[in-house]
Structure formats: structure tokens, C-alpha cells
Design a protein around this ligand. Structure first.
Ligand code: TRP
Ligand code: ZN
Length: 486
């Protein structure tokens, strides 16, 4: 890879969205914050206890509930070429304190019936909340089944990006739900801090294929239809649950991990986009490359989905990232590498609050730097210096501080991606390569399938290195402005 290749993280790749993000930061900023407060979970007032509540998400306070933990989602969804769906989602959850009423996030769609522990339950809709009243007090494990139908809506993010259920020009659909789009296709506790296992049965007309996150368990033909069953046995955040429906070419192979594990690879490529052979061949290479640096691949299968969806971003959906390209294009190598790095940092080790997005994007961008350095490009030290010199003090890169966002439109800005990656290189130079890679590996290992915060990353870095790193992180993550570089 030529060292001259420009930085191409998602924000750099998509100038149009960056521009929109900047626009909405100015134009819509005032509308966003009050909406979050106005839509706060109305079910909360009817709880039997309120003391177990956590602080809501710092950037998306309107989504998620802290009053129960979801264990499992079972989603049965049937898709018609008209764009309509008929679906049934069963949520297995556990209360934190006894409760009679609770809410799930759901935007659009028509709810036909709700059952709690098998009994009919009353429900109402308000903003993007489905509020359910159980006839009995729920204490401990409970199940709720929601039958619903309709034409799902696409959620538009504060930065103007499409999120959630996204119909494509060719009559297909792709679901990309970072940060909050999951609520457009199934009712859920739409916060990354409530991860769960998944079982999705997606029924489509037999001429179509249904890709998904997780492991392909079966494909069943019946009455001109096909049901694709995708099982996710590992914890998965709702924003990383994916389905993509199209007339795909399906590619099957297997790979061997560095620990000798055999992984099935299922990839789904829109036929108009060719075979994407290079992008598919990168999968085992990228996974083994990262295993050597970050530790064992956390999931049981792999693959990619390549589809012209016009969303203008790629997403690290679990096991199976999705790439949006136009006809005649190929998936960019570094974008591909970036999405694989997220399987460790983002998908297995997941942020608890969207304000910690640099823990996703800084790490995945840093993985691009490592890959570049290993393939004949700039070293990570050179890269830090290049980026430092290329971004003057008045550049937006230096404001807001990466771990101190207050505007949700900043979520995919250069601060989290580039300044986040720069922070990691500054850390490496401070603690030395040996300790640095111990930190990266332990971060992945100790928090495998879990949730994390910036505070915990700083604590781990200090534990491993034995150094006081407060000033370093304060300057690079929490302070507006261009830090000094020694
Ligand atoms: N997390 C994605 C990545 O880095 C990027 C992404 C998701 C994104 N949604 C977005 C970028 C919306 C811009 C706008 O791969
Ligand atoms: Zn990313």
C-alpha cells in the first residue's frame, strides 16, 4: 500500500456527510437536546421502584431503559417485495427491580398485539416508545412478545445520515443501525449497554437471499419462500444486529484462525458489483493479522455484505460488516481492515455510552495505521507526526475533545476517529510498545463480550504501565485544543 494513500476513515471518505454533520451541529443542535428530554421514558412514573435507574446516555438520552436487562431477542420477520414486513419479536429479559410497566424502543410500524409471559398485555405508543403494562408485577425473568407489521421507516440521525431500515433502489433492503436505527425494525432496549443474544428467522421470496449478523443456521424453502435463520450466540448490541435482503450472490468458504479454529465465511455480494474477490480474500488475512495483535477473534463466523445502498458509510455489523459501494468500485482495503478491527473494539468490547465513541473509532482507525505500517507504509509514529502537522490548531479536529462530546451530530466526526487514533499512538510512545500491546490485548480479553468506559481504559493503561497517565489523557481526550507533542 502506497504511503501516499490519504487517510480514509469513514469521516474522510464521506465529505458530504461531514458537511451535513457540521450543518446540523449549527442548525439543529437546539432541536436535538430538548427532543431527548421530551421523549424521556414516560413509563418510568409508574414503576414500583425508581432507585435502580442509571443515568441515560449522554448523547441519546431518549433511547433505552435501565430498568431491565435483555438476555435474548428472537425475531421472526417476513419481507414482501412491496416493502412491507410482518414480524414477531420475543424479548427475554430480567427486571432489576419489580415493575408492572416498562418500555421498549420502537419507531414507526403498527403493533398488533403484545403478550407478557404469555398473557395479553395493554400497550400504548408515545414518541419512539412502546409502553407495555403487564397485568402482574414482573420480578426477575420475563418474556414479552410483540406482533407488528407495516413498512418500516428510515431513521435520520442528527448528522443527517440514514440509520436503521434502509430500502435500496433495486427493491432490496439493508439494516444499518448505528447509533439508534435498530428501533425501526424490531422493538428493543436500544442502548449499547444492554447486549443480548439473537435468533433471527428472516423469510423472503425464494428469489432473494437474507444475509444477517451472527451464524447461518439453516435456509428452508417453503411455498415459494425461503427462511434464513441467523443465530448470534455471543452478546450483541442492538446497533450491530443486521439483515440485508437482495438478489445476492452468496459465497461460502472456511478459514483457519491463528489458534487453529475453523470459521465459516458467508459473504453476500450484489451481482452488479462483481465478485469483490479481493475484499473477500482480505477477510482471513485481516482476522489473523488482528488475532496476532489483539487476541483471539471473538466470534464464530465471518463474512461481508457488499451492496449499493447510497448510505455513504460502511458498518461493522457483528460477524459480517456491510459496505456501500457504487457499480465499478471495489471495497477499499483500509475500510475493510477498519470494520474487522471493530469486531474486537466496538462489537466484543462495547461502549456503554455513545459519548465514548472514540473507544470504537479511535481503535479501528489505529488498526488502519498498524496495517499500513505492516504493509510498506508509514510507521504509526510517522503517521502521528504527519497528522499533527497537517491539522492546524484551528481545525475542527481539536474541538470538541474526543471523550467530551455534547452534540450527537459529532458522533462520526474526525475527533473520535483521528484524534482518537492519535491518542493511542501518544500512549504507545509514552508507555512503550510492549506495554502498549499488553494494554490493547488485555482491553479485548478482560472485557470480551462486555461494556466499557473511557475511565476503565485509563485505569487499565495505568495498571499495565505503572505510570500516572492522567495528564496525557486529560490533554488528548478531554481538553479542547491542540495538545503539545514532545
Ligand atoms: N461506525 C462506522 C464505521 O466507522 C461509521 C458510521 C456509521 C457512520 N454510521 C455513520 C459514519 C453515519 C458517518 C455517518 O465504520
Ligand atoms: Zn468505525
Amino acid at each position: 500500500m502506497p504511503a501516499a494513500q490519504p487517510s480514509m476513515t469513514a469521516f474522510a471518505l464521506r465529505p458530504r456527510l461531514s458537511a451535513m454533520a457540521a450543518m446540523s451541529a449549527v442548525g439543529l443542535g437546539l432541536l436535538i437536546a430538548p427532543a431527548g428530554i421530551a421523549t424521556a421514558d414516560p413509563a418510568k412514573s409508574t414503576t414500583t421502584s425508581t432507585s435502580s435507574r442509571q443515568a441515560p446516555d449522554s448523547l441519546f438520552p431518549e433511547v433505552g431503559s435501565s430498568r431491565y436487562n435483555v438476555k435474548h431477542y428472537a425475531i421472526k420477520l417476513s419481507y414482501q417485495t412491496s416493502g412491507e414486513i410482518k414480524a414477531k419479536t420475543t424479548v427475554i429479559a430480567k427486571t432489576k427491580k419489580p415493575l408492572k410497566s416498562f418500555s421498549l424502543d420502537l419507531e414507526g410500524l403498527t403493533v398488533d398485539a403484545v403478550k407478557v409471559n404469555g398473557d395479553r398485555a395493554d400497550f400504548s405508543r408515545r414518541d419512539n416508545k412502546l409502553i407495555i403494562k403487564s397485568s402482574k408485577v414482573l420480578d426477575g425473568r420475563f418474556s414479552v412478545t410483540i406482533k407488528y407489521h407495516g413498512k418500516p421507516v428510515t431513521h435520520i440521525d442528527p448528522d443527517g445520515a440514514k440509520d436503521g431500515w434502509i430500502p435500496t433502489a433495486d427493491g432490496g433492503v439493508v439494516v444499518l443501525s448505528e447509533p439508534v436505527g435498530a428501533m425501526t425494525w424490531f422493538p428493543n432496549n436500544n442502548t449499547p449497554r444492554d447486549k443480548a443474544t439473537f435468533d433471527m428467522k428472516i423469510t423472503v421470496p425464494a428469489k432473494l437471499e437474507a444475509a444477517g449478523s451472527g451464524d447461518l443456521r439453516s435456509v428452508r424453502k417453503h411455498d415459494g419462500l425461503e427462511t434464513w435463520r441467523w443465530v448470534q450466540p455471543k452478546q450483541q448490541a442492538t446497533y450491530l444486529a443486521m439483515i440485508a435482503i437482495d438478489n445476492f450472490d452468496v459465497y461460502r468458504s472456511t478459514m483457519t484462525t491463528t489458534t487453529g479454529r475453523k470459521l465459516p465465511i458467508w459473504s453476500f455480494i450484489e451481482p452488479e458489483l462483481g465478485t469483490q474477490a479481493t475484499a473477500r480474500a482480505l477477510i482471513p488475512k485481516a482476522i489473523r493479522y488482528m488475532e496476532r495483535r489483539f487476541g483471539a477473534y471473538p466470534f464464530n463466523s465471518a463474512g461481508i455484505v457488499v451492496k449499493d445502498s447510497d448510505v455513504d458509510y460502511a458498518l461493522e455489523t457483528q460477524n459480517r460488516p456491510v459496505f456501500d459501494i457504487d457499480e465499478g468500485e471495489t471495497v477499499r482495503e483500509l475500510t475493510n481492515v477498519h470494520e474487522w478491527a471493530h469486531q474486537w473494539y466496538g462489537n466484543s468490547v462495547t461502549l456503554s455510552d455513545w459519548g465514548d465513541i472514540w473507544l470504537n473509532e479511535g481503535f479501528a482507525t489505529y488498526a488502519e495505521w498498524l496495517w499500513t505500517a505492516s504493509h510498506g507504509g508509514q510507521s504509526t509514529a510517522e503517521r502521528l507526526q504527519t497528522e499533527y502537522d497537517a491539522n492546524p490548531a484551528d481545525d475542527e479536529l481539536w474541538s470538541p475533545a474526543p471523550a467530551d462530546f455534547s452534540n450527537p451530530a459529532d458522533l462520526f466526526g474526525s475527533q473520535g476517529y483521528l484524534r482518537g487514533a492519535m491518542t493511542l499512538e501518544v500512549l504507545q510512545q509514552e508507555v512503550g510498545s510492549r506495554d502498549f500491546f499488553v494494554i490493547l490485548r488485555r482491553w479485548a480479553q478482560d472485557n470480551e463480550y462486555g461494556n466499557v468506559s473511557t475511565r476503565e481504559f485509563i485505569a487499565l493503561s495505568e495498571r499495565v504501565s505503572g505510570e500516572d497517565l492522567d495528564a496525557l489523557f486529560q490533554a488528548w481526550l478531554f481538553t479542547v485544543g491542540k495538545p503539545a507533542l514532545s
